[in-house]
Every structure is written in C-alpha cells, then in structure tokens.
Design a protein around this ligand. Structure first.
Ligand code: C2E
Ligand code: MG
Ligand code: MG
Length: 693
C-alpha cells in the first residue's frame, strides 16, 4: 500500500501524463466564443466532474501498472497448484485445460496491458480500460474459483491444505494490486474465495468447517483491506492533484493577467524573445502593436471599476477572437495591450501592409459599442506599430518604439493607427526629460503665475485670469501649452493645481488687503479636466479659501468646452457642489467644441469665453462674426455673461461691444504678467480707473 501511494504521490509515472498534468503555458487560441481554457488549473479546468474522471483514470493506471507482478504471481501459483495436484485423483484433462486456460488468460491480460501502455488516450478512455481490467480480474477470479470445484484432491489432506494456502495467498496479493479499482478487487475476491469456503464447509468435518469459517472471515478482512487501500490511494491521488492544481495556479498567476486571462508582461517578454530569435533565424519580419484605449479612465472613474473591468475583459475577448493562433495578445496593465504579430513577409512594404490591416481590423473591432451592465459604452483605441528589424533589433526597442508610435496616434486625435518613425523616439525622450524636470521645477519653485486683466465695456477692471508659466533654467519662460500636457500625463497636474490654487488665493488675499474686500478682484483659474476625476474638488477649494481667508465669490474656475461636454454627467454634480460653495464657473474657449445646447442649459456656468480664434478674424470672416454674435445672444438668453478672449485692437473691441459682449480680455488691455508688475495698475472697480497697457 505504501509503495503504491508513494509512487503516485510523487507523480512518478511510467509514461507522461496527457493534458492533465501539462503545466507549461500554452498559447493555443480558443475559438472566439468559447471561454478560454487555461493550462492545468486555470478557472476553466476546475470542474468537479473532471476531477472524478481523472481519479478514475489514475485508478485504472495504478491497476495496470501493478498487473505485471500480479500476472507473474498468477502463473507461479498456477504452476505450484499443478505440482500439488499432480498424481491426485483429479482428471488430468481437466487439470491440463485449467492450467492452459490460466496461461491463456495471463497472456491475454498481458497483451491488454501492453495495448494500454501504447494507447494514445488512455486517460480519456479510462472507462474502457477500466472495464477490461475488471473483466480480466473477474476471469482470473473465476479460474481460481474453479479449483475447489474441479481440482479438489478428495483424499490428500496435505494437498488440500496446500490448495487453501495457495488460494488465500493468491487472493491476498490480488486484493492489494487490484485495490485501486474496487470493482476489480471485489470481482476477483467474490469469484475466487466463496467456492473454497463452500468446499470446506461441505467436507462436514469440524476441522474443515472451522477452516471454512476462518477463510470466510479472511475474505471479509481482505475486502475491508482492499477498501482501505482504495481510499488511501484515492486520497494520495487527490492530494497530488491538488498540488498540481496549485502549482499550475501559481504558474498561471506568474504568467497571465488575472483579469483578462491574457499573457502578462512577463510572458509577453518570453514570447518576444522566442519570436525575435525565430524571426532572425528565418529572416522574417514581425510587428509589435501597442494598443491603448482612449479615455478609458473616464469610464472607469465615472461608471466604476467593475464596469471598467468588464470592459477590459470584453476588449481582451475581441482581441483574441481576431488573432491567429500564432499571434499573441497580452495585457501590460491598465488599458494597455500589446499584440505580437509573427511571420510577416520578408519584404518591408508587404509586412507593413499586413500589420496595418491587422491594426485597423483591431481598431474597428474594438470601437464597436459595448453593452456592459446596461450601459452602452463606446471606446476607441490608439495603436502604435513597430516592425522588427526595421524599427529595432531587440524586443525592448521595438516595444518602446511601438509605444512611442501609439503616443503619436493619441496626439493626432486618437482612434488611429500610427507606424513608428525615428523622429518619435526623440520626442519621447524629450517628453520623459521634460516630465522629470517639471517635477524638479515644482520642488524648486520655478513655476510662476502671471495674471491677465479682463475689463468691462468701459475699460474698468473686471477680473484677472491666472496663467501659469515655467521659469525653466536655460530655456527662459516656458508657456503652458509646452508643459501642461506633460503635467497631465504624469499626474503632476494635481500637484500643480494644488499649488496654483493656494498661490492664487494668497495673491487675492494680498490684493484685498491692499485694495479692500469689496468684491474685488475676481480671479479666474484654469483647471484641467482631470480635476473632475478627483471627487474632493469642492473640499480642497473650501480648504484653500478658508486658509487664505477670502470669499469664494472671488474665485472662478475655467473649464474648457470639451471637458464640460464630453463628460457632462460626471461634471455637473461636481460643478454644482463647487458652485454651492460660492465659486463660479466659466466655459473657456467656447465655440471650439460642438456643444449641445441642451447640455449647455444644464451646466451651472456664469460666463462663456469666446475663443480667441473667432475673435481674431471677427472683422474679416463673416462666419466668425456670425458665430461670435450668436454665442453672445445665446448666452444672454440663458442669463450667462460673455468674455471675448484675444482682443488685440480697437476695431475688434468696437465690434464686440456693438454685439453686446460683456467683458474683454486681450493684449489691448494687457498681457499676462506677474502680480508685482501688474500691481500699480490694479484698482478696485469703484474707482473705475481705465486700464491701459
Ligand atoms: P486660455 O485659458 O484660453 O488662456 C488664454 C490664453 O490666451 C493665454 O495663453 C493668454 O496668454 C493668451 N492671450 C490672451 N490675450 C491674448 C491676445 O490678445 N492675443 C493672443 N495671441 N493671445 C492672448 P497662455 O498663457 O499661453 O495659456 C494657454 C493655455 O494654457 C490657456 O488657455 C489655458 O488653457 C492653459 N493654461 C494656462 N495656465 C493654466 C493652468 O494653470 N492650468 C491649466 N490646466 N491650464 C492652464
Ligand atoms: Mg482660460
Ligand atoms: Mg481660452
């Protein structure tokens, strides 16, 4: 028993396990609609029914493995019996036939064992092989059961004792070797020993009767021992199976993304190494596609992580459905995926065409609407492609370049496919440097705020717009459009805004200290769309206002038209909370997006800022003039005030005034400048001093 258990517990097999024990990660792609199967132990495998089938296969295998020894014992015992019975009053013909039958049976069982060893799918057909094993055991039991009936030496006491010993010894061995498969053990014991018991009882001799009873007790004990062995072997199989499962799970966790079940970064790297060596050997090209979902974070933040997760799972499913078996889709984390397209043709152009076709197919596939928890979601994907060996020799370079191309695709408006170009690498390197330097800049107080005045129709100061600049050593004053995007991307934006709001409130405080509290000045601060991803916007504002000791009505937040309209459901509650505090809102760059009037009506805004691009051409382009005029009337109808941005000359000012625009901002009244230099020209509105630049 112990030897059987040990052998199986350590998983030493006479032949490799098929499928069940295969722990090496496989990349075989399932058909699109079928849930992905995992290497042993993956979620799809842990089916209770499957465990039973597997247990049965293990039991059958254990019986077959022990059958060599069992058959040998059969032959030895049969030969011993032949010698014992020889010369007794037993028909030689019956003896010979019995002996021959035993040899024949052993031969058949041996051949069956050999066939089993050679079978391709013994585990899958374990029911069939199990039946054959039971049949063999039963036939053997029957032959041994015939001994007390046909070969019983009527007079030879010694011979009779020898037969009892041979039969009980035989069955003891069989009870052990057949125990893994209980029906086999039971059929052997049930057919071999009862005839002996009957024979002993029929002798009607007290000694024989006693012996018969002993053999009966012995039979029951053998059955019990077999059952116990059977359970022991079963639990040894089960614990080994558990271990295999947990090993496989560990392996899976190390190589597969838990959420989407796609290969993770680590497995992708292995595969890249393999495929790059193969491509190098066979001089083939391969493409790495770097995918990033556009605005995934918004969905995640507005609808919750659960919806985000389900969306990622669906994206992974669609991706897998499109790829060939030899291509690999992996998830790098977040909303980033990589597709490795292998075996492209040798020609550069043909390879690029094939890669582009796949990328566009994927892009179209992923842009189709998703229905998740009752939400119809739309999400696009930006894809960057880099090709080996044209865009890099090593997996790291090609992956990095595909990433840079993806970044470019985003910059160019998202939902597009972009091949890597060498110039992109330079841009990517610069971006990384800029990010690092900006981080230092904030620590070293290199950021400064400039204020630009906003005036009313009479030229009286209405408010100021705070605009950030970076005093970058060696580069002079860097304008926001050159670093705001990097700040947003790197997450520095929040830090920047916290600093900015604090600083602006301090500046308002010092202006109020100098000029009095009466409603002046109203300072506008631009905030990034990302601020609306933070749920504590209102609380933070309240805190900085309290710290500076200024009234909330002194502060106005400018959000761009795009931000407000793109995520209106998410933005409105936050805006309302902030507005309840007393801080007002302005829609910046109005006219550049395509706002829905219905939404505009719902937004709690106080001012619309007409974008500089319309104001600039207002006198030369009738369309711009009409648009500016329409914006002004529309805003007034809704009770919203208007500010024109970028007013550079008197003629433009005159036109805008005539159309009813309320306030004006532009070089005509002053460029953005530090508070210190602006200071002499600041006066409270009551004094109505004209601002002249
Ligand atoms: P914006 O909010 O539309 O700011 C107005 C921009 O127009 C400013 O550019 C200003 O200098 C410029 N401008 C004002 N009057 C005139 C004019 O008469 N002619 C011309 N040609 N330009 C004029 P700036 O300071 O370079 O800012 C650019 C953009 O950067 C801002 O556009 C704003 O969207 C963003 N920005 C600036 N500071 C911040 C900030 O602290 N946070 C965030 N998130 N964005 C900021
Ligand atoms: Mg602005
Ligand atoms: Mg603007």
């Amino acid at each position: 028993v112990t030897s059987l258990c040990r052998r199986h517990a350590v998983g030493k097999h006479s032949r490799p396990k098929k499928s069940i024990g295969a722990m090496k990660p496989t990349y075989k792609k399932p058909p699109p609609d079928e849930p992905r199967r995992h290497p042993a132990g993956g979620p799809g495998r842990h089916v209770p029914g499957l465990d039973l089938i597997r247990l049965r296969a293990e039991q059958v295998q254990a019986v077959y493995e022990a059958s060599g020894l069992g058959l040998f014992a059969n032959l030895m015992s049969a030969t011993a019996l032949l010698l014992v019975v020889q010369g007794q009053p037993v028909s030689p013909l019956v003896l010979s036939v019995w002996y021959l039958a035993m040899w024949l049976l052993v031969a058949v069982r041996w051949l069956t064992y050999r066939r089993y060893l050679r079978a391709l799918d013994p585990a899958d057909a374990s029911r069939y092989w199990g039946r054959l094993a039971i049949l063999g055991a039963a036939a053997s039991g029957l032959l041994w059961g015939l001994v007390p009936v046909l070969l019983w030496p009527a007079d030879g006491l010694l011979q009779q004792a020898a037969i009892v010993i041979i039969l009980t010894g035989m069955t003891a061995g069989a009870a052990n070797t057949l125990a893994p498969l209980m029906p086999a053990a039971l059929s052997f014991l049930g057919l071999s020993l009862p005839p002996l018991i009957v024979r002993l009882l029929l002798e009607f001799d007290p000694v024989f009767t006693l012996l018969g009873i002993l053999v009966a007790i012995y039979t029951v004990m053998l059955v019990m021992v077999s059952r116990r062995t059977n359970r022991l072997v079963g639990s040894a199989f089960a614990s080994r199976y558990q271990k295999e499962l947990s090993d496989a799970r560990v392996l899976e966790q190390a190589h597969y993304d838990e959420l989407t079940k796609l290969p993770n970064r680590r497995l992708l790297q292995d595969r890249l190494q393999q495929e790059f060596s193969r491509a190098r050997r066979y001089r083939r090209r391969l493409a790495v596609h770097f995918l990033d979902l556009d605005n995934f974070k918004t969905i995640n933040d507005s609808l919750g992580h659960q919806v985000g997760d389900l969306l990622l799972i669906e994206v992974a499913r669609r991706l897998q459905g499109r790829l060939r078996g030899e291509d690999v889709a992996a998830r790098l984390g977040g909303d980033e995926f990589v597709v490795l397209q292998t075996d492209l043709s040798r020609g550069e152009e043909a390879a690029q065409r094939t890669a582009e076709t796949l990328a566009n197919d994927i892009r179209r596939l992923l842009v189709a609407p998703y229905l998740i928890q009752g939400h119809e979601l739309h999400i696009s994907t930006s894809i960057g492609i880099a090709v080996f060996p044209d865009d890099g020799e090593t997996p790291e370079d090609v992956l990095k370049h595909a990433d840079a191309a993806m970044y470019k695709a985003k910059e160019q408006g998202r939902n597009r496919v972009q091949f890597f170009l060498p110039s992109m690498q330079e841009a990517a390197t610069q971006r990384v440097r800029l990010m690092r330097e900006l981080r230092d800049a904030m620590r070293e107080n290199q950021l400064v705020i400039h204020y630009q005045p906003q005036v009313d129709g009479e030229g009286g100061l209405h408010g100021l717009e705070a605009l950030v600049r970076w005093n970058r050593p060696g580069h002079g004053l860097v304008m926001p459009q050159d670093f705001i995007a990097v700040a947003e991307e790197s997450g520095l934006m929040f830090e920047l805004h916290d600093w900015l709001l604090g600083q602006v409130c301090q500046d308002i405080r010092s202006m109020q200290d100098a000029f009095g509290e009466d409603g002046f000045p109203l300072v506008s601060v631009n905030i990034s769309p990302k601020e609306f991803h933070r749920t504590d916007l209102r609380d933070r504002l309240e805190r900085v206002l309290r710290q500076a000791g200024i009234a909330p009505r002194c502060l106005r937040l400018e959000i761009t038209e795009g931000t407000a309209m793109d995520h209106v459901e998410e933005v409105i509650p936050q805006m309302e909370a902030v507005r309840a505090l007393g801080v007002t809102f302005s829609i910046d760059d109005f006219g550049t997006g395509y706002s829905s009037l219905a939404y505009l009506k719902r937004l709690p805004v106080d001012t619309l800022k007409i974008d500089r691009s319309f104001v600039r051409d207002i006198l030369t382009d009738p369309n711009d003039a009409l648009l500016a005029e329409t914006i002004i009337s529309l805003a007034h109808l809704m009770g919203i005030e208007t500010v024109a941005e970028g007013v550079e000359d008197e003629a433009v000012l005159g036109f805008l005034k005539q159309k009813g625009c309320d306030y004006f901002q532009g070089w005509l009244f002053g460029r953005p400048e530090p508070l210190g230099t602006l200071w002499p020209r600041l006066r409270p509105p009551s004094s109505n001093v004209e601002l002249v630049s």
